[in-house]
Design a protein around this ligand. Structure first.
Ligand code: ADE
Ligand code: ZN
Length: 325
């Protein structure tokens, strides 16, 4: 298909990808078997049938349950490597992957097991020609102390962690709750990102900018409800990591042809396309581009712009970006 071939040929970076959200049902069964973890499902079909969500929390409940099969360094390495192989097949050249250490440390898996496994997968990806960075996300439904404890656990790894992010249940957990931990992360030289405006109000996007001082914004859909906010994002050139199929599956948009990505581009926002949790939302990076491009009738120029935004919005330095531009 010409559209899909054209997009595959564009060098692309993925900037919004939860590695735990790339756990395919087949892999879930494999890890459950080798780790002797019981699953509430008998078949892959049963698992996929459970992936019918009406909001973010519906998804999060099943996503945290799925993550329980991940136990060993090898699990985390295999999970990451399977994702990077898939990215390479989609014409991806670089990924900045999120991980949720609290999901694992809370059930007794040491931080080092998770980090060493993911870093081993990233080293293997290098051999495939895929560069990558790691972003540690704090779970916003937990408290500030838990986030600080996670930052302390990460201390020996901070030379291999590019930034921190904020994910999980957005409504009721504003960015301001994590002002101090983000300030501490900044003092340690880490980049800062946060999910905001996925389900939460424009005020949470203002807070991500003004209270946390994020370098990049994850989602940002609801920023368009506030003209001054959209102007601010355009004027300061903030990169938005937009996730079309995620938004569809979590009912953030009623249909892909109602997706705000086209309006974002028209407003001069630096939007990018990303998969979020591909195993749960029915599509990896290329599928996200192809489906939203078809639904919104995006032009080739707009697709080139989206792919370029993903490279320039990455945390790679200029020299590392250059070969992809
Ligand atoms: N964790 C994994 N995916 C997420 C999303 N789309 N929003 C918030 N937290 C998440
Ligand atoms: Zn996300």
């Amino acid at each position: 298909d010409p559209l899909s071939d054209f997009i595959r040929g564009l060098p692309k970076a993925e900037l919004h990808l939860h590695i735990e959200g790339s756990l395919e049902p087949e892999q879930m069964f494999e890890f459950a078997r080798r780790n002797r973890v019981a699953l509430p499902f008998r078949t892959v079909e049963e698992v996929r049938a459970a992936y019918a969500f009406t909001n973010l929390q519906d998804f999060l409940d099943i996503y945290y349950q799925g993550a329980q099969v991940l136990r060993t360094e090898e699990d985390f390495r295999d999970l990451a490597l399977a994702y990077f192989r898939r990215l390479a097949a989609d014409g991806g050249v670089h990924a900045e992957i999120f991980f949720d250490p609290q999901t694992h440390t809370d059930r007794g898996i040491p931080f080092q097991v998770v980090a060493d496994g993911l870093l081993a997968g990233m080293a293997a990806a290098d051999e495939l020609g895929i560069s990558s960075r790691l972003i540690l996300c704090f779970l916003r439904h937990q408290d500030e102390d838990a986030a600080f404890a996670t930052l302390r656990a990460a201390e020996p790894y901070l030379d291999r962690i590019t930034g921190v992010g904020l994910d999980s249940s957005e409504v009721g957990n504003p960015p301001s709750k994590f002002a101090r931990v983000f300030q501490a992360a900044r003092q340690r030289g880490l980049k800062l990102v946060a999910h905001a405006g996925e389900e939460g109000p424009p005020d949470y996007v203002w807070q991500a900018l003004d209270v946390l001082g994020v370098d990049r914004l994850d989602h940002g859909n609801r920023a368009l409800e506030d003209d001054a906010l959209a102007r601010r994002l355009a004027d300061q050139g903030t990169t938005l990591t937009v996730c079309p199929l995620s938004n569809l599956k979590l009912c953030v948009v009623p249909s892909l042809d109602a997706h705000p990505l086209g309006r974002m581009l028209d407003l001069g926002l630096r939007a990018t396309v990303n998969a979020d949790d591909p195993a749960y939302f029915g599509g990896y990076l290329l599928d996200n581009y192809v489906r939203v491009a078809a639904a919104l009738d995006l032009s080739r120029d707009q697709l080139v712009r989206l792919a370029r935004n993903s490279i320039t919005g990455s945390f790679l330095d200029g020299e590392a970006q250059a070969p992809h531009l």
